[in-house]
Design a protein around this ligand. Structure first.
Ligand code: ADP
Ligand code: MG
Length: 728
């Protein structure tokens, strides 16, 4: 009988690209399934339209009576588009999105039925959510969770379901999802940044944090994945010998996109257009079968929702095309992993990008203010930022010899480095007219509007300034962007508040002019945040040493990194800003450490199963063939057989050795798992899984991969790297 691997390969040979129908113009379908401004104008009364817009723009509350009007309009719109169900759509702490569909359809007695969707159903729901992770919050408080409408992210129709973006909170008010703290952080940065932006332009009344993510992923044929239990269950390969050809030739990056993949991308993009996700670029990535997709940036809350939605859509569309999308950060050993760069900036309601240099010295002073405050914020809270991107799967990138390293640092390029070096020399106190003129002409005035984007020269930086935005590159491809975006916006908000206080105090108490005061504070900040700036190679051991000298953290594993989430400093920060309280933070910490242990546990089990049930039996079968061969030679040649059977006998022995090592490794790993499982404390359990269980993975894998090289290809049951990476 053919192995599952050969059946799967057979299937892939016969794949025909799925035909994709492109609409005539993408712009004609953009946002068609979104209850956006245009749809609201058509389906809502003037009053209810205004109240939604007011909620979006100013965060005002929508009155309950008004919600009834809005829900009616929304329902009519949804039904006109063929929707039959509605759901509150939210992002629980599992990292995925959650939904529970209810039909609009209701009976009203006498066999009569109507389509019903009231304000109550729009505004609030109580999903039976007891099995979402909550870190003990709901048990402690004996409170139930409910979802509440977030009008700042528009409702949309997916399939035949009206999806209403919501937050998920307990009745005692604790956040049970990713969105709630994000919204709080975004509100905080709006206030803090607006106050500072007013130094430069009184007309600024709102600042939006913007986010443009870049999603990397692998596309693997569905049949091949079905024959790889490790990929199917954990999203990555736990064993598999490197392919003779990998990414050495760099011939995949930006190369022509294979037809089957292109059809998938086109289909996906059409879906995205309907959903109002403004996807713009697509290309091959560095590794074979690795790709990237990026949208036009948006306001952060919407961008986060769109990324979560996109990942779900990608999965579904891939299925139609007989692909499986791998979002895992490191599906294949020895080839590039995937990340999700988070491009971040701040935009005013007057249309100014606060991290974009301008055409006048004053505009550039504004730019420098936000730029330097961001550096200072990251310098102060690098550990918390590192914690926000920690996960079992992202550990395979950060600190594991793959860009970026686990050390957070900021790359700003040589032009801005020179500017900061000059600014650092500013006099302490009031500036003379000559000095001011010099500064304006020779330093601030010299920043070109368009900065050289020299970041391609430094792909190893986890946080790089790229001309008019910062790019947080350390986010994992699988991650929900809300987590790092909550932290980044919170720490910058806190920093801007401190800045404002200092500048105001210099103006008031030292009678300084506004720009004198700003220069003075910025000078101090430049000095204070020097240690976070690093322009060199983030890979090397040299940087690790240097970073240690500078006192920067270097947490290579998730259990280590996560601790910063509940440090005194972090709790004080989030409590002060009203983003999360101690209970919420500790709950999240527990969930994340628990999740870490579970992920390693699952991987350990899968690896043990595959090694014992697939690899070893196959190796024995091949060994038997060799034994038969040796026996046959002996029968024919008698004592002279040894000269002819030497190689075979050596192979027989090698196979036995590898089998013994694998068995031994698995037995010991299981012992360590048993011990780890008895550890009560979640933090210690995660640590045991990290330091005691996980190290066996490499050992077991090493011997399995050796066997893969020895054993007859025809009987090897698992699709090999060359097949997974080069079939398309
Ligand atoms: P490239 O690096 O390919 O030249 P860009 O620099 O325009 O492209 O953008 C890369 C990513 O950064 C895109 O996802 C884009 O949406 C995002 N981006 C661009 N400007 C901003 C901004 N001001 N705020 C947030 N994201 C941005
Ligand atoms: Mg990028």
């Amino acid at each position: 009988m053919a192995t599952l691997r050969f059946q799967a390969l057979q299937e892939t040979f016969h794949r025909v690209p799925v035909t994709v129908h492109e609409p005539e113009r993408r712009s004609s379908i953009f946002g068609k399934n979104v209850f956006n401004e245009a749809a609201m104008r058509q389906y809502l009364t003037k009053d209810s339209y205004n109240s939604v817009m007011d909620a979006i723009e100013n965060g005002s509350k929508i009155a309950r009576g008004m919600a009834d009007h809005i829900s009616t309009g929304m329902k009519e719109w949804a039904i006109s588009k063929g929707a039959t169900h509605y759901t509150h759509w939210f992002q629980p702490l599992t990292g995925a999105t959650a939904e529970k569909h209810d039909a609009f359809f209701e009976t009203v007695g006498n066999g009569q039925t109507i389509e019903k969707f009231g304000g109550g159903q729009l505004v609030q729901q109580e999903p039976d959510a007891s099995s979402f992770p909550n870190g003990g919050i709901r048990n402690t408080f004996e409170a139930r969770g409910y979802t509440a409408w977030d009008p700042t992210s528009p409702a949309f129709i997916y399939g035949t379901t009206l999806c209403i973006p919501t937050v998920f909170v307990s009745y005692t008010g604790e956040a049970l999802d990713y969105k709630t703290p994000l919204l709080r952080a975004l509100q905080t940065i709006d206030q803090a940044a607006t106050a500072v932006a007013k130094y430069f332009d009184k007309n600024v009344s709102k600042v939006n944090a913007t986010l443009g993510w870049e999603q990397e992923y692998f596309l693997i044929d569905k049949a091949l994945v079905a024959a790889r239990p490790d990929i199917a269950l954990s999203g990555r390969t736990l064993l598999g010998h490197a392919s003779a050809k990998g990414q050495q030739l760099d011939d995949h990056y930006f190369g022509s996109i294979p037809t089957r993949v292109l059809n998938y991308m086109r289909d996906l993009e059409t879906e995205c257009m309907y959903l109002g996700i403004p996807v713009k670029t697509r290309h091959n990535e560095v590794a074979p079968n690795q790709f990237e997709l990026a949208p036009i940036f948006e306001e952060t809350n919407l961008a986060v929702d769109h990324n979560s939605l996109l990942m779900d859509v990608m999965d579904k569309v891939a299925d139609r095309h007989n692909f499986k999308v791998l979002f895992h950060e490191k599906p294949f050993k020895g080839v590039n992993g995937s990340g999700k760069h988070n491009n971040w900036s701040l935009a005013t309601n007057t249309g100014v990008n606060l991290l974009g240099p301008g055409s006048t010295p004053m505009k550039n002073l504004q730019f420098l203010t936000f730029f330097i405050n961001t550096l200072k914020a990251v310098n102060e809270h690098e550990e918390l930022l590192r914690a926000s991107i920690a996960s079992a799967s992202n550990d395979h990138r950060l600190g594991a010899n793959e860009a970026p390293p686990a050390i957070i640092s900021a790359f700003i390029g040589s032009q801005l480095t020179e500017v900061l070096d000059e600014l650092e020399k500013v006099t302490n106190g009031k500036l003379s007219p000559q000095e001011k003129t010099d500064l304006k002409l020779n330093v601030v005035g010299k920043i070109p509007e368009i900065l050289l984007d020299n970041t391609d020269r430094n792909r190893t930086s986890p946080f790089a300034f790229t001309g008019n935005k910062f790019e947080l590159r350390a986010v994992g491809s699988k991650a929900n962007c809300a987590n790092p975006m909550t932290v980044l916006n919170a720490i910058v908000a806190k920093q801007l508040m401190e800045f404002k206080e200092k500048v105001d105090s210099l103006i008031k108490n030292k009678k300084m002019k506004k720009d004198d005061a700003i220069f003075n504070v910025l000078r101090e900040y430049i000095k204070d945040s020097k240690r976070i700036r690093f322009e060199g190679d983030g890979y090397g051991e040299a940087w690790e040493k240097e970073a240690k000298k500078r006192g920067l953290s270097n947490h290579k594993t998730t259990p280590e990194a996560l601790k910063a989430k509940i440090s005194k400093k972090s709790i004080a920060l989030f409590e002060e800003l009203g983003i999360m309280n101690k209970v919420e933070m500790e709950a999240r910490y527990e969930i994340e450490t628990e999740e870490y242990a579970l992920r390693i546990q699952i991987e350990g089990r899968i690896l043990g199963d595959i090694a014992r049930n697939h690899v070893i039996p196959t190796a024995i079968r091949y060994q038997n063939i060799l034994i038969e061969n040796v026996q046959g030679l002996k029968d024919i040649y008698g004592t002279g057989f040894k000269k002819l059977a030497g190689e075979q006998m050596e192979l027989i022995e090698q196979i036995s050795e590898h089998i013994a090592k694998i068995n031994n490794g698995i037995t010991q790993m299981i012992e360590e798992r048993k011990k780890a499982n008895t550890v009560e404390d979640a933090e210690k359990r995660a640590s045991a899984y990290c330091t005691k269980v996980k190290p066996y993975f490499d050992e077991i894998r090493y011997h399995c991969d050796k066997l893969e090289l020895l054993v007859d290809d025809e009987i090897w049951p698992l699709p090999k790297y060359r097949e997974l990476l080069f079939t398309r």
